[in-house]
Design a protein around this ligand. Structure first.
Ligand code: GDP
Ligand code: MG
Length: 175
């Protein structure tokens, strides 16, 4: 068969944040659309691929995941190189992960172009009673940093798609 490209554009999206905030789960749920968790957690998926259509453009979203090196703050520049957009994730039940967004944002800014589209994600919104980071606090910080905030639950799938659609929209606007 002749090789016909199945997409019009490819976008690299880098997902960063503290260990255990749910980065891998968010990516897998987006890519697999609620398929049961059939990946053993010990097998690191380095990136996920998902084809979506935005305003008639077939977009291949290539999502880069860390394999645990964020635990040692050892995420390298190649992880960010060529990224079109960045997703910064914290856990709404763990204040420390929100405080550390500042560090991850600085990393992302250091290794990516100026004015890079980014989005802040407060994950585990299903754990309402354990919430430790108020929505208003995070939203105002995100606003100050020039990016939107979305709260997600990778467990219930709430808002997970929105993160990527919103970011891809933003990336397309700037290209
Ligand atoms: P990563 O280290 O950032 O990649 O985090 P993981 O995706 O490995 O998730 C860490 C833990 O949090 C796992 O036990 C997940 O099942 C759990 N988790 C991830 N997202 C959510 C969520 O939205 N809600 C709840 N309740 N647990 C989650
Ligand atoms: Mg992970």
């Amino acid at each position: 068969y002749p090789k016909v490209p199945q997409y019009d554009a490819i976008y690299k999206v880098t997902v960063i944040g503290d260990s255990q905030v749910g980065k891998t789960t968010i990516i897998r749920k987006f890519v697999d659309q609620g398929a049961p968790d059939h990946y053993p957690p010990t097998i690191g998926v380095d990136f996920g691929l998902k084809d979506i259509v935005v305003e008639n453009e077939r977009c291949r979203v290539q999502i880069w995941d860390t394999a645990g090196q964020e635990r040692f703050r050892a995420v390298t520049s190649c992880y960010f190189r060529g990224a079109h957009g960045v997703v910064l994730v914290y856990d709404v039940t763990q204040v420390k992960t929100f405080d550390n967004i500042q560090f991850h944002l600085a990393q992302a800014q250091q290794f990516t172009a100026d004015n890079q589209p980014m989005i802040m994600v407060g994950n585990k919104s299903d754990l309402g009673e354990q919430r430790a980071v108020p929505y208003s606090l995070a939203a105002s910080y995100a606003h100050d940093m020039g990016m939107p905030l979305i709260e997600t639950s990778a467990k219930t799938l709430n808002n997970v798609d929105d993160v990527f659609y919103h970011l891809i929209n933003e990336i397309r606007k700037r290209h």
